[in-house]
Design a protein around this ligand. Structure first.
Ligand code: SF4
Length: 498
């Protein structure tokens, strides 16, 4: 290649009214069948193309993913401009937030979520006046620091100008009123909803830095405060964002010394934006799962925070501390066959972690694949790191929670344990008589302690074999023998790969 030819890396642009969806921004796909190496090669050479499905079961929605972040901000209100059915996620995240707050030591969170309850007549005559009336009443009632308006398929299809309404309301109330354009049909990737939420936060709340602080942003879901001890030891303070941050804290996340993320699927956009717009360095290495992944991530953290020597000492100490237990677990788990079903970043992380424990990874279903990350740094590519360290992953699928496909794969593979990220998947492991472990707390697997936590959990789960076999005997499988013996990508448009 001529040295005059340069790769043009698109920069994050928060002046845009809405975030560019992942399919366009990151070349993301939701359907692939092959091996992990094949997928990486296609991503690398730019020829990865998404394939549709002639049949598809229900899947996730961007609006939910946007809501799961915005609804956790303290001091703000979220209005879902949508039919009431789209508000089904209100109770889910009210529950998630209320159960997580204890771990964060936060007692002044009071989630305030409203729906405009768009009706059929609103889809004919327009819903903007209903939105404005609702926003005025909510403002009077709640006196929030900011209001986020999340959109829906209905408001998008009828063309309600939520941006213009938000500007008008913002001037009227004297607070940020921010549209979050996240209707489900905009993107096949529900993770585009995270980006939509962060785009709104960046546009409406975050201000340019006044100075550099000693805080480190942690782009997080919820869970517990696992970064406090490590960062305190290095002379920094953990600042968990976006859920459970206050409006005032979010205003100056631009001043942080660095940004790290618990999940690069979640934080790709916000981490890159804070670095590009405000110079907050992002720890770009894939999050710390498995021994090698944790070592790599720790060293990068040390480099970014200028604490390389201290980090080397911590790595050495932690290796020494976990070595006896790790050996014991490895000898017990050696050769056990695992299958992983999870979102992209956690799928990659789990793939590394279970191979680090000496287990055999017989395949994986990850819910989407980003051909690259927003920072365009190869070090962020967790799948590439996993393949480099442990070799190729067979039976690698990108599958946006199509349960009929996941069940087909599990039926045909010889698996000892299913490790899944979401409750909707684990029930199928049980129906198939497979010991199944749900990884609902991502923090539980993070870092050196996370490897031991997981080994223990996997051993406990393997012990449930008799129970799950009994469950299988009493379960009914809705899928026919015909489907279970078809190639898994039978319904892929363009034909099966087999
Ligand atoms: S925004 Fe669309 S996809 Fe999402 S819940 Fe509402 S109708 Fe369903």
């Amino acid at each position: 290649m001529s040295s005059a030819v340069k790769t043009i890396i698109p920069k994050i642009n928060i002046d845009l009214p809405e975030v560019t969806i992942r399919e366009v921004r990151l070349g993301s796909v939701t359907n692939f069948t092959g091996t992990a190496k094949e997928l990486l090669e296609l991503s690398e050479c730019g020829s990865l193309k998404d394939k549709g499905r002639a049949f598809s079961q229900s899947t996730g929605c961007s609006s939910l993913n946007a809501f799961c972040q915005l609804s956790g901000i303290r001091g703000v209100v979220v209005i879902n401009h949508a039919p009431i059915g789209c508000a089904g996620d209100f109770q889910s995240f009210d529950f998630v937030h209320r159960t997580s707050l204890e771990g964060f030591g936060i007692h002044d969170y009071n989630g305030r979520f409203y729906s405009t309850d768009l009706l059929e007549k609103n889809t004919i005559f327009g819903g903007i006046e209903k939105l404005k009336t609702a926003a005025r009443e909510i403002f009077e009632r709640e006196k929030p620091k900011a209001i986020f308006i999340t959109t829906s398929c209905a408001s998008g299809i009828i063309g309600d100008d939520v941006g213009a309404a938000a500007n008008e309301l913002s001037r009227e109330f004297g607070i940020p009123v921010s549209p979050c354009i996240c209707e489900g049909f905009r993107s096949k990737l529900w993770t585009s909803g995270f980006d939509a939420a962060f785009h709104s936060v960046l546009k409406s709340i975050v201000k340019p830095p006044r100075k550099r602080s000693n805080k480190v942003n942690i782009i997080n879901f919820w869970g517990s405060r696992i970064f406090d001890d490590l960062l305190n030891e290095l002379g920094y303070e953990a600042q968990y964002i976006v859920p459970y941050a206050t409006y005032e804290e979010l205003e100056y996340i631009s001043e942080a010394a660095a940004t790290i993320q618990i999940c690069s699927t979640l934080g790709s956009y916000l981490g890159a934006a804070l670095e590009q717009l405000y110079g907050v360095p992002e720890v770009k290495y894939a999050p710390a799962f498995g021994i090698e992944g944790t070592d790599r991530w720790m060293r990068e953290l040390g480099r970014v925070l200028d604490r390389e020597e201290q980090v080397e000492k911590i790595i050495e100490r932690r290796h020494r501390e976990i070595a006896p237990k790790l050996e014991e677990y490895r000898s017990k788990l050696s050769g056990k066959k695992a299958y992983v079903a999870a979102g992209a970043a956690f799928g990659h992380a789990l793939s590394a972690l279970i191979q680090d424990l000496g287990m055999t990874l017989v395949g994986a279903s990850v819910y989407h694949h980003d051909a690259f990350y927003d920072n365009h740094d190869k070090d962020s590519d967790a799948l590439a790191n996993t393949v480099k360290t442990f070799g190729d992953i067979p039976n690698y699928r990108v599958c946006n929670k199509q349960l009929f496909e996941i069940v087909n794969v599990l039926y045909n593979l010889d698996v000892d344990i299913l490790i899944a990220r979401h409750p909707g998947i684990v029930v199928w492991g049980a129906k198939l008589g497979l010991p199944t472990f749900i990884m609902d707390d991502e923090q539980y697997a993070f870092g050196y302690q996370g490897i031991l936590n997981y080994a223990e959990k996997i051993l406990e789960t393997l012990d449930t074999i008799e129970f799950t076999k009994n469950l299988q005997k009493h379960s009914r499988m809705p899928y026919t023998k015909w489907w279970l013996t078809q190639p898994v990508d039978t319904f892929t448009i363009g034909g099966s790969s087999k």
